[in-house]
Design a binder for this molecule. Structure first.
Ligand SMILES: [Zn+2]
Length: 895
């Protein structure tokens, strides 16, 4: 059946959850002719094979079915089969279609409402007794969520699903009857449809040319390969759709299909290896270990070798779906299949020897003996592993429904979290109300229950005001809440006495409060408080103060990263904006350095009213602007982002800039044809990951067409123009590894402080304590101390003239959450520093302050600097009189 929802059942700012109302959508299936009693049979109109539809066999060398055509095929099958329903969920970041395909016996599709209701009841142990749950587990069938691809360059699985859908829609066998009668397949053909377009369209359009067939840039507009690393903040619409599907269907098993490099086993199936977190319940790994081994058996029976397991210790990291779903009661069945050359051409080992490890061991029982691996092999392995996963799920429905969907949240409810904590308390008084909102909203999106105190209470000896939030641990999502709200001590686990510590697969910690800048307290002992359930997390209501009169000013405090959105609105509307360089008292309030001061015009009032309401941050008014020195921001500051082609940190930076309304352009090779970059930009930001080579060499025009010319190299001449940009008065900001690039460009007086050797220093992605100088314009609004995120980048030592903005503590604890080996190397070293170079300014951020937009508590370090470099100083009288330094044309005046 074909179903199309009204597009975009969400609104951009609220995000996902409109889609997920708890009522299931009734399938419109009607019993058509030829509907058989068991699994049903195909209808009269013939369903073409993938080969008939696409013109080639799935897995044929050098051939890839394009995504729109795959969706057309799925729609066609749905039209002609009563076993298949097609549904459009919404539009992606780039406007493409995000769809699901439901496959089951017609009788199951007709009672889909009831089956979904059973899953919902099982998932809520408060309203379902164990006896009732056992009865429901007998009545229902497990849902098998099949995610064919999220990493768009891993194209083989997305081809295999055409064969899988065809088989399930048309075959009448013991296998299909079993799967269709005893499970519901929820297929997402692609978790990143945009990438399917970008990768496969590029591949097909370069056929017969001398250009490279592989797509050079990010295959998701903002996140690229990191589309799989968005599972605590759920920033992207595709992740929000996926979260909504979880909430709606409650799959007992989630099968996530990936491909990996081509040096290891041919396919990975569970059991997983490595370490796990005690927050993850045991049967979340054991149920999928059984599936993985069922698949290993099926692969062996089909004569397929090179089947590996005991790898991918996924249960520590939360940034990935594999780390998230176990907390919901969905067992994650991950398959990773070896890749080939240029997506679709055989991989042949250069020395003629067989591919992959050749020693048999328990993690690879029968090595792969051939020296060749093809797209057809990927398709074959994918199908066998998927059919085995479906078969196991259909055979074990009752157990999976009970053990996964019911027992997991039931255990959280009855036993509480392993750490034994009672609740987390979020004080009503916070430095950053916007950060608090964003954190609570993510908890709400992941179905964590939040209570709010209706009167003051005491917990762990501390008094909390009415309006403080309480997140109790004994709730169905208690372990998830504990995992994201708490801090971590990553364990030192080794495979042998002398072996190195097993580093996390992704990161050693995710602590939303520390990343966002929210004060929370983990409370162990139960406490009394009068609480009410928060129905929906909302921004604080703010109202504009009365207009202060002609000589007055509006003030906006600088602490919240939400102020960025207010500043960009002021910039957009060309409203004069000043900042006080010193703290001051005004009309009963005390304001820190960096407070924004805006002349009280009606136009400013309108802009401030709208922008402040959007982030829930108050604006105050004073009859007279403060008499302290300060700066005026340059009107409509021109920001350039050097993001780098295919560079994920640059993609995330684009997303962040787009979200916050920053007026920016991506710096392109064409810009370097100008006499000077200062003609175009006031500030240039170098994302993490930009090397001198990326700038000088860039993409090769012989390999990539004109369309990618923005990323061509700019040569040594361009390199020198970038240096000249700073000397002429430009502001250059370097994040993470790009600090070394800028050091090379401008011979900055800094040197790396950390050893390269992981045995001596490593964090694995952790939060470390940091001291800030809030009197420095780059750190205006920052607290004196708050943890920062450090992952594989440098800390620095000053060797000459420069200003330290933030540094690691010289004494005491360095690690705030996660893991740290070699604390002695980083103590007292510099993270953020600023330098005057010629007439310009450089700020270096040694740590990745914009990492996947997670460490939001540090964002102001970047945004302060973006606008401060081009700003003009005003003296105390000038600020009090709000005397503009810039003329209407944006040029400096009144010197
Ligand atoms: Zn992958």
């Amino acid at each position: 059946m074909l179903k199309t929802r009204p597009p975009l059942l969400y609104t951009a700012c609220v995000g996902l959850l409109a889609l997920v109302g708890s009522t299931a959508v009734a399938p419109t299936a009607t019993a058509g002719p030829g509907l058989a009693e068991a699994a049903g049979t195909a209808r009269a109109a013939p369903i073409p094979t993938p080969e008939q539809h696409f013109g080639f066999k799935m897995g044929a060398e050098g051939k890839l079915a394009g995504y729109p055509d795959v969706l057309r095929y799925m729609k066609l099958v749905a039209e002609r089969s009563d076993r298949v329903d097609y549904e459009t969920i919404g539009r992606t970041t780039m406007g493409n279609e995000y769809a699901t395909v439901l496959i089951s016996a017609p009788k199951n599709l007709r009672r889909l409402d009831r089956l979904v209701e059973i899953n919902q009841k099982l998932s809520d142990p408060r309203n379902t007794s164990p006896e009732e749950a056992r009865r429901l587990a007998g009545e229902g069938v497990p849902f098998y969520h099949l995610e064919a691809t999220i990493h768009s360059s891993e194209v083989g699985n997305g081809q295999a699903i055409n064969d899988i859908v065809h088989r399930l829609a048309t075959e009448d066998s013991e296998f299909t009857r079993n799967v269709l009668n005893n499970s519901v397949i929820v297929l997402v053909p692609s978790q990143n449809p945009d990438g399917q377009h970008l990768i496969i369209d590029h591949f097909n359009s370069t056929a017969g040319t001398d250009y490279r067939r592989t797509y050079p840039d990010l295959y998701h507009k903002y996140t690229g390969h990191d589309d799989n690393r968005d599972w605590t903040m759920f920033t992207q619409i595709e992740a929000q759709y996926r979260l909504a599907l979880e909430k709606k269907y409650r799959p007992a098993i989630v099968h996530i299909m990936h491909q990996k490099g081509n040096t290891g086993s041919r396919i990975f199936v569970p059991p997983y290896g490595g370490i796990t977190s005690e927050n993850v319940p045991a049967n979340m790994s054991s149920s999928v270990s059984a599936i993985g081994q069922h698949a290993a058996r099926a692969l062996a029976a089909a004569g397929k070798t090179g089947v590996g397991s005991l790898d991918y210790h996924i249960f520590w990291t939360l940034e990935q779906p594999v780390g998230f779903f176990p907390f919901t009661g969905s067992g994650v069945y991950l398959t990773e299949i070896a890749s080939v050359t240029d997506y679709a051409y055989p991989q042949v080992s250069p020395d003629g020897r067989p591919l992959g490890p050749q020693q048999a061991r328990m993690s690879l029982i029968e090595p792969y003996r051939s020296n060749t691996w093809t797209l057809a092999d990927i398709v074959d392995y994918a199908k066998i592993a998927t059919y085995a996963g479906m078969e196991y799920t259909a055979n074990n429905g009752r157990d999976l429904l009970y053990d996964n969907l019911y027992a997991v949240p039931h255990e959280y409810m009855t036993k509480g979290v392993p750490a034994g904590s009672y609740a987390f308390v979020v004080d009503a008084e916070q430095r950053d109300p916007y950060a608090t909102f964003e954190m609570l909203q993510r908890l709400e999106w992941t179905q964590v229950e939040i209570d709010r105190a209706t009167s003051e209470f005491v917990a762990d000896g501390k008094r909390y005001g009415a309006g403080s939030y309480v997140i109790k641990m004994r709730q169905p999502r208690g372990n998830w809440a504990h995992q994201v709200l708490g801090t971590d001590r990553y364990p030192e686990v080794r495979d042998c006495g002398d072996c190195p510590v097993l580093l996390p697969y992704a990161e050693a910690t995710t602590s939303l409060p520390l990343q966002l800048g929210v004060d929370v307290a983990e409370i162990r002992a139960p406490f009394e408080a009068s609480l009410e359930r928060v129905a929906s997390v909302k921004l604080p209501q703010v109202t504009m103060p009365p207009a202060p009169g002609d000589r007055g000013a509006y003030l906006v405090r600088p602490e919240s990263y939400g102020t960025i959105q207010i500043v960009s609105a002021l910039q957009d509307a060309n409203i004069p904006t000043f900042r006080a360089a010193q703290g001051f008292d005004a009309q009963g309030g005390s304001y820190p350095p960096g407070t924004y001061v805006v002349p009280a015009t009606p136009q400013a009032r309108n802009v401030l009213a709208t922008a402040s309401a959007k982030v829930g941050l108050p604006v105050t008014a004073v009859a007279r602007a403060p008499r302290v020195a300060g700066v005026q921001l340059k009107p409509q500051t021109r920001v350039g982002l050097f993001r780098g082609v295919g560079n994920m940190p640059g993609g995330w930076d684009m997303w962040q800039f787009d979200q916050y309304g920053i007026n920016y352009d991506v710096v392109a090779a064409q810009d370097f044809q100008r006499k000077s970059l200062n003609e175009l930009y006031d500030t240039i930001v170098l994302s993490h990951g930009i090397s001198k080579d990326d700038i000088v060499e860039g993409l090769d025009p012989k390999e990539y067409a004109e369309k990618y010319s923005w990323a061509y190299g700019v040569g040594d001449k361009g390199w020198r123009k970038l240096a000249q940009f700073v000397r002429n008065g430009g502001t250059l900001l370097a994040i993470g590894s790009s600090v070394a690039t800028v050091q090379e460009l401008l011979k900055l007086p800094i040197k790396p402080a950390l050893p390269d050797d992981e045995d001596e220093f490593v964090t694995g992605g952790s939060l470390l304590h940091q001291e800030f100088d809030p009197t420095n314009p780059v750190a205006w609004g920052m607290p004196e101390s708050w943890p920062i995120w450090l992952y594989d980048t440098q800390a620095w030592e000053l060797t000459g003239k420069g200003t330290v903005v933030s540094k690691y503590p010289a004494e005491g604890e360095v690690l705030a959450s996660g893991y740290l080996r070699g604390a002695e190397h980083i103590r007292g070293t510099v993270n953020t520093a600023s330098f005057d170079v010629g007439k310009g300014q450089v700020v270096t951020y040694g740590s990745e302050i914009t990492f996947r937009t997670l460490p939001r508590a540090q964002f102001n370090l970047l945004y302060n600097a973006i606008y401060h470099g081009p700003a003009a100083e005003v003296d105390a009288t000038g600020l009090q009189q709000l005397r503009p330094r810039f003329g209407p044309d944006g040029a400096l005046a009144g010197r």
